[in-house]
Design a protein around this ligand. Structure first.
Ligand SMILES: Cc1cc2nc3c(=O)[nH]c(=O)nc-3n(C[C@H](O)[C@H](O)[C@H](O)COP(=O)(O)OP(=O)(O)OC[C@H]3O[C@@H](n4cnc5c(N)ncnc54)[C@H](O)[C@@H]3O)c2cc1C
Length: 268
């Protein structure tokens, strides 16, 4: 920052990249809390977005299978699995968060990435992948937060293994043909997500999706700091679609023209 304006980016090794405009795609909390200094405008923005909590922490079980799509015939869709009779989602979430060992996961999402990839078999013959995601709580892992990836200790590994087995049960229930072909699996905890992509509570979708968040005036491409722009899911909404759209909105703000309209009217 110079004279209240963004003038570039300083890398961790001290290298400075000067730039007429700076676009941050790392999320609003990280941008305001970690990239900016103590400037008054930055502090003001920080306080405003501080009110919005992170979205839910998640677990993801990444599974590698040693069989092709021909053998497994995996679905080319996603499964969203809710507890039997659990039509009150808020109640099933609450019960699980209060007593996770004695309540079912309030939602389990199973996705079949390799089955959806038309080029997969050319690159990885006789292999398939599955992902299983569910809700968790960062606090359940907080005691290991200052340990290192893959060196977090036996208790942590045992805890993860127990959770992995619970999730695998869902896969065997819904896609039983996978049972003899699981070669490897690895569970990401909120600490893994923090380690790899810097989401501090292992949140799956950046900021929480509350009505307040969508009314928030700071969550937009332009910021109160001249030449500093935001992009990414936090300024639109969760998911690849939201992140993709945010790029168009930020480009539109910088270029002062409606890039979305340009693309929609462009003949392919
Ligand atoms: C397990 C999982 C499965 C998902 N599945 C789906 C799905 O099936 N469909 C869907 O639509 N969405 C899915 N999502 C959500 C989707 O991945 C996100 O909504 C989307 O990636 C957000 O894009 P983004 O560019 O805003 O942020 P990100 O993709 O999170 O990119 C932010 C980047 O900033 C980097 N970063 C952080 N701090 C710094 C720093 N200080 N300096 C430099 N770089 C930094 C991070 O490493 C990261 O690469 C999934 C998310 C998870 C975690």
């Amino acid at each position: 920052m110079k004279g209240g304006k963004a003038v570039g980016v300083k890398m961790a090794d001290g290298t400075v990249i000067n730039a007429p405009k700076v676009i941050s795609s790392i999320g609003t909390h990280l941008t305001f809390n970690h990239l900016l200094g103590q400037e008054s405008k930055a502090q003001k923005m920080k306080n405003q977005v501080e009110e919005i909590k992170p979205s839910a922490s998640h677990l993801c079980l990444y599974i590698g299978l040693n069989a092709s799509q021909e053998v497994l015939n995996l679905p080319q869709t996603n499964f969203w699995i809710y507890p039997e009779g659990g039509y009150d989602h808020d109640a099933t979430v609450k019960n699980y968060l209060e007593d996770p060992d004695n309540h079912p996961f309030p939602v389990v999402y199973i996705s079949f990435p390799s089955a959806k990839d038309p080029d997969w078999a050319n690159r990885y013959p006789d292999r398939s992948t599955i992902e299983i995601i569910t809700l968790t709580n960062y606090e359940w892992f907080a005691e290991w937060d200052n340990t290192r990836w893959h060196k977090r200790g036996e208790e942590y590994d045992t805890y993860k293994e127990r959770l992995s087995q619970r999730l695998l049960e869902y896969m065997y229930d819904y896609v039983p043909q996978t049972k003899d072909y699981v070669e490897t699996y690895e569970l990401s905890s909120p600490l893994s997500t923090k380690h790899f992509v810097n989401y501090q509570k292992g949140e799956i979708y950046g900021l929480d999706h509350t009505p307040d968040r969508f009314e928030h005036k700071e969550l937009r491409p332009s910021t109160a700091i001249k030449n500093l722009y935001l992009t990414g899911q936090d300024i639109v909404t969760a998911g690849i679609g939201g992140a993709l759209m945010s790029g168009l909105l930020t480009a539109s703000a910088i270029l002062s023209k409606n890039v979305v309209k340009d693309i929609m009217t462009k003949e392919s």
